[in-house]
Design a protein around this ligand. Structure first.
Ligand SMILES: Cc1cc2nc3c(=O)[nH]c(=O)nc-3n(C[C@H](O)[C@H](O)[C@H](O)COP(=O)(O)OP(=O)(O)OC[C@H]3O[C@@H](n4cnc5c(N)ncnc54)[C@H](O)[C@@H]3O)c2cc1C
Length: 309
C-alpha cells in the first residue's frame, strides 16, 4: 500500500508530486495527461518569474523538473475509487489497480458544454472550447462566441484578429467581463453583440458548421445565423465525480470543499487546484495549492490529524 495517490497532472498535481518526491514519500501520480489546462492556455503572463511564457513551454519546464527529481507519472485515467480497510483502492481505464493510505484529487476542471443538438457532432469541425488553440483556423470567416464573461471576451478579442465577424452572445441582459476588456472588445467594429440570446442548435453539412439557431429572448424570435465556428465559453465544470463517489462534500457548483489545509470532509481524502472551492482558479494558485496539500498530507501521515472540517 502506497502512502499517497495523486490524481491529476495539471499544475496542482505536478507541484504536489514534486513536494512528495522531495519528502521521499511513497506515492503514485496518475494522470490522463501532463499539463492539464495549461496545454491549452497559450501565452501566460501572470506566473511569478515569467513575464511571458507559452503554455506548452511552461509544461515542458514542469516535466523537466519532474524528470530531474525522478517523478514518473502513470499516464492513465482513474475510473473508480473506493474505500478499503486502512485506505483506498484506485482503478484505472487500462485495468491497473493501486492502493494507498491517502488520496489527493488534483483533477481540475473542464469547459461546460451547451448541451444543444449539433454540439457533439461538430466538435473539431467548427465547435471549439479553446480559442487559443483554434482561433487561427478561422481566418476570414465568421464565428460566434457563446458567453459574455471574461473568457468569452478574451475569446472574442483573439478571434477578431482572424475572423471577419465575431458575434458574442450572452443569455442575460449584461456582459460580465471586466470593464477594460469589455471596452476594448466592444469598440472593435468586427464584434456584434447579442444580449439576451440563447443558442438553440448548431447545424452543418456533416463536415463543418454552417449556421446556428438563435433565440432572441426579448423579441421572442427564433432565427438562424450563418457562422463557420462556435466558441463555447460558458464556464468550467470541476472534475469532482470520483471524489463525490467517496462521499466528499461539494458546493452547489460541484467544487470539492476543502479546509485551509486541503482536507476534504472525508478522512484521508485531500484536494487541490481547480477542482476545489478555492475562489482563484489560476496556474499559480493551483501550483501553490498542490504544494500546500502535500505538506498537509505529509504532516497528517507523520504526526496524525489534529482537526477536520
Ligand atoms: C484557455 C485557458 C487559458 C488559461 N490561461 C491562464 C493564464 O494565462 N494564467 C493562469 O494563471 N491560468 C490560466 N488558465 C487557468 C489554469 O490553466 C488553471 O487554473 C490550472 O491549469 C488549474 O490547474 P489544476 O492542476 O488544478 O487543474 P488542470 O490544469 O485542469 O489539470 C487537471 C488534471 O487532472 C487530470 N484528470 C482529470 N480527471 C482525471 C482522472 N479521472 N484520471 C486521471 N487524471 C485526471 C487532467 O487530465 C489534468 O491532467 C487558463 C485556462 C484555460 C483553459
Amino acid at each position: 500500500m502506497h502512502e499517497l495517490i495523486i490524481i491529476g497532472g495539471g499544475p496542482a498535481g505536478i507541484s504536489a508530486s514534486i513536494y512528495a518526491q522531495r519528502k521521499r514519500m511513497d506515492f503514485v501520480l496518475i494522470a490522463k495527461d501532463v499539463g492539464g489546462q495549461v496545454i491549452k492556455a497559450g501565452e501566460i503572463e501572470n506566473y511569478l518569474g515569467y513575464a511571458l511564457v507559452d503554455g506548452i513551454l511552461f509544461v515542458q519546464r514542469m516535466m523537466e523538473q519532474m524528470e530531474k527529481l525522478g517523478v514518473k507519472p502513470v499516464l492513465d485515467e482513474v475510473v473508480k475509487v473506493s474505500r478499503t480497510e486502512g485506505g483506498f483502492l484506485v482503478r484505472t481505464l487500462s485495468g491497473k489497480e493501486f492502493a494507498s493510505k491517502t488520496l489527493l484529487f488534483c483533477t481540475g476542471a473542464e469547459h461546460k458544454k451547451l448541451d444543444v443538438p449539433g454540439e457533439r457532432e461538430y466538435i473539431g469541425k467548427g465547435v471549439s472550447y479553446c480559442y487559443t488553440c483554434d482561433a487561427p483556423f478561422f481566418k476570414d470567416r465568421e464565428v460566434i462566441v457563446v458567453g459574455g464573461g471574461n473568457s468569452g471576451f478574451e475569446a472574442a478579442e483573439q478571434l477578431s484578429k482572424y475572423a471577419t465577424r465575431v458575434y458574442i452572445s450572452e443569455i442575460s441582459d449584461k456582459f460580465k467581463a471586466d470593464e477594460v476588456l469589455k471596452e476594448k472588445v466592444l469598440s472593435n467594429p468586427k464584434v456584434v453583440t447579442l444580449l439576451k440570446h440563447r443558442l438553440l442548435e448548431i447545424r452543418g453539412d456533416g463536415r463543418e458548421v454552417k449556421e446556428v439557431v438563435m433565440e432572441d429572448l426579448d423579441r421572442k424570435r427564433v432565427y438562424s445565423l450563418s457562422v463557420d465556428g462556435v466558441f463555447v465559453e460558458i464556464g468550467l465544470k470541476p472534475n469532482s465525480e470520483l471524489a463525490k463517489s467517496l462521499g466528499v462534500l461539494t458546493t452547489s457548483r460541484d467544487e470539492i470543499i476543502i479546509d485551509c489545509n486541503n482536507r476534504t470532509s472525508e478522512h484521508g481524502v485531500y484536494a487541490a487546484g481547480d477542482c476545489t472551492n478555492i475562489f482563484a482558479k489560476q496556474i499559480i494558485t493551483a501550483a501553490g495549492d498542490g504544494a500546500k496539500a502535500l505538506l498537509s498530507i505529509y504532516h497528517d501521515l507523520t504526526y496524525g490529524i489534529s482537526s477536520w472540517i
